[in-house]
Every structure is written in structure tokens, then in C-alpha cells.
Design a protein around this ligand. Structure first.
Ligand code: 4NP
Length: 157
């Protein structure tokens, strides 16, 4: 198996968008027979230790992926050293990562949809306060982002 860069996805709470991005990238990598280290975390720690939001679990399950065992955690300084890429789901998350980044950190920071042609600079909208249909849009966005990220890695491998 080809060993690719490691990726940590970051959203606000780590119970909606970033666990779905993690699931989408794992699934895309499995589908191509490649291996990479993937995790997700939140800017905030309010939901630390919790499973993903039931609506996020539902949309993943609808695509054949069980994320019920994922547990939320807050991003930590060591993540900037341990991961190759920290990928933010929206612009506020990215700004916060830039603020938290310790000097000498090796992780590259980017926005997820920067990895999708034609969508650079766009956020993945926060579905937390909306209805279940928002999670379908989240799934579409994170799938596009994960595929774009992986395609970029494979071009460089
Ligand atoms: P996420 O969604 O950042 O995609 O996990 C949210 C989850 C929880 C909250 C906000 C956004 N919250 O305010 O608790």
C-alpha cells in the first residue's frame, strides 16, 4: 500500500462536519487501495468524548459508513507537529488554526474546499442548527473535498 500524508480535519464542534470529512477520506482511500492516517478534531471542546451528532451518523450510514464509534476531541498543539495537513472546514476554523499554530509547526493549513477545482475559498456550511437536509449538503461537500485532497496526494505520490 502507498503511504500518503496524514490529515486532521477541523470544524467547530467535531460532531458534524469534520467526522464526516474523516469518514469520506477513509472511504475514498479504501476505495483506491491506499492507506493514510486520518483523524478529526474541534476548535472547541464542548462535545469532547461524544459520538457524532445522530444526523451525521445517519447520513454516513446512508452511504454505508458507520461512524458511531468516533469520539469528539479538541484540537491540541501537538496536532500541528504530528499531522502533515490540518484541513479546516470553514474560514473561521482556518483563522483559529492560524492563531493557534505554534512556531515551528510542520503541518500545512488549508481549507477543505480549496482542494476542489472551482470552489477555493468556500466554507462547508455548519449544519448543526438546521434540518437533516443540511447534512446531505455537508456530505456532498466533504466527499468532494476528500476526493480532491486524495487526488492531489496521489498526483504527488
Ligand atoms: P460542527 O458543528 O462544527 O460541524 O461539529 C457544530 C457542532 C456543535 C456546535 C456548533 C457546530 N455547538 O455550538 O455546540
Amino acid at each position: 500500500m502507498t503511504q500518503l500524508p496524514s490529515v486532521l480535519f477541523i470544524c467547530l464542534g467535531n460532531i458534524c462536519r469534520s467526522p464526516l470529512a474523516e469518514a469520506a477520506l477513509r472511504s475514498a482511500a479504501d476505495g483506491r487501495g491506499v492507506s493514510l492516517q486520518v483523524d478529526s478534531a474541534g476548535i472547541g471542546g464542548w462535545h469532547a468524548g461524544e459520538a457524532p451528532d445522530p444526523r451525521a451518523q445517519q447520513v454516513a450510514r446512508a452511504h454505508g459508513i458507520d461512524i458511531g464509534h468516533y469520539r469528539a476531541r479538541q484540537v491540541h498543539r501537538t496536532d500541528f507537529v504530528e499531522f502533515d495537513h490540518l484541513v479546516a472546514l470553514d474560514l473561521e476554523n482556518l483563522a483559529e488554526l492560524r492563531r493557534l499554530r505554534p512556531s515551528g509547526a510542520r503541518a500545512r493549513l488549508s481549507l477543505l474546499l480549496d482542494h476542489v477545482p472551482g470552489r477555493a475559498g468556500q466554507p462547508v456550511a455548519d449544519p448543526y442548527y438546521g434540518g437533516p437536509e443540511g447534512f446531505l449538503a455537508t456530505w456532498a461537500d466533504v466527499t468532494a473535498g476528500a476526493n480532491g485532497l486524495l487526488a492531489g496526494f496521489l498526483r504527488q505520490a
